[in-house]
Write a protein that binds this ligand. Structure first.
Ligand SMILES: [Zn+2]
Length: 231
């Protein structure tokens, strides 16, 4: 996520993070409702444009609760915060985008389940290394604030705050690295900083996550080790 929401992530894309867990007032509820209506309109347009994949045999079977990363626990994001797709057949997956929640694991799950939020990532990693999968990898999650990046990437959120290095625990790095290694092996994505990027590196973003305390050298080393063990 990051500090501010930026516009072009998909359905609305302008949801507030609510990272402080503040109470949602009546005005926020009304704004959320508006975002949800916009999301539905955008969704309808997208689905019309891509109607070919509704033809018999063109769509992959979906089973509620099915996981792409076997170590994860399934808990679904709101349907308003992602777009149905058939990746990697319709869009090639060649990027992993690293995010920091600016809040807790519980906050991330809560806002990604909120249809008014307008954004969500495929995965959320907790400080103890536990991983929640909220959106299937074949679908496009609204996490990067860029339609192009959303369509080609998988988004991973990490519990904590960008200005608190102590939030980035060894267990969280390890759990996240196993997840990213699994993704890279399955889609043939090179383990390097061109393909595993921070939200801050997405073109046109005003987000700063994962911030200066995210240890990229340490993370890439862990991902490399985990991907060797994985293949
Ligand atoms: Zn982010």
């Amino acid at each position: 996520m990051g500090s501010k929401a930026s516009g072009t992530g998909g359905a609305g894309g302008s949801g507030k993070a609510g990272a402080s867990g503040r109470r949602v007032g009546r005005r926020a509820v009304l704004l959320g409702g508006g975002a949800a209506v916009l999301g539905t309109a955008v969704l309808a347009r997208d689905e019309l444009a891509r109607a070919w994949w509704r033809l018999p045999g063109m769509e992959k079977k979906r089973v509620e609760g099915e996981l792409d990363h076997r170590a994860a626990e399934w808990t679904s994001a709101s349907r308003a915060n992602w777009r149905r797709a058939d990746r990697p057949d319709d869009y090639r997956i060649d990027r992993v985008v690293i995010h920091v929640v600016q809040g807790s694991y519980a906050t991330a799950l809560k806002v990604f389940k909120d249809p008014g939020h307008g954004a969500a990532a495929h995965y959320v990693v907790r400080k103890d290394g536990h991983v929640a999968q909220m959106i299937r990898e074949l679908d496009v999650a609204f996490h990067a604030g860029s339609r192009d990046m959303n369509e080609r990437s998988i988004g991973i959120e990490h519990e904590g705050f960008v200005d608190r290095p102590q939030d980035f625990t060894a267990a969280m790095y390890a759990g996240s690295a196993r997840l990213t290694a699994d993704i890279c092996v399955r889609y043939g994505i090179p383990v390097d900083r061109e393909h595993i990027i921070g939200h801050v590196e997405v073109e046109g973003t005003d987000h700063t996550d994962p911030g200066p305390h995210w240890d990229w050298d340490r993370y890439l080393k862990l991902v490399r080790e985990a991907s060797k063990a994985r293949v």
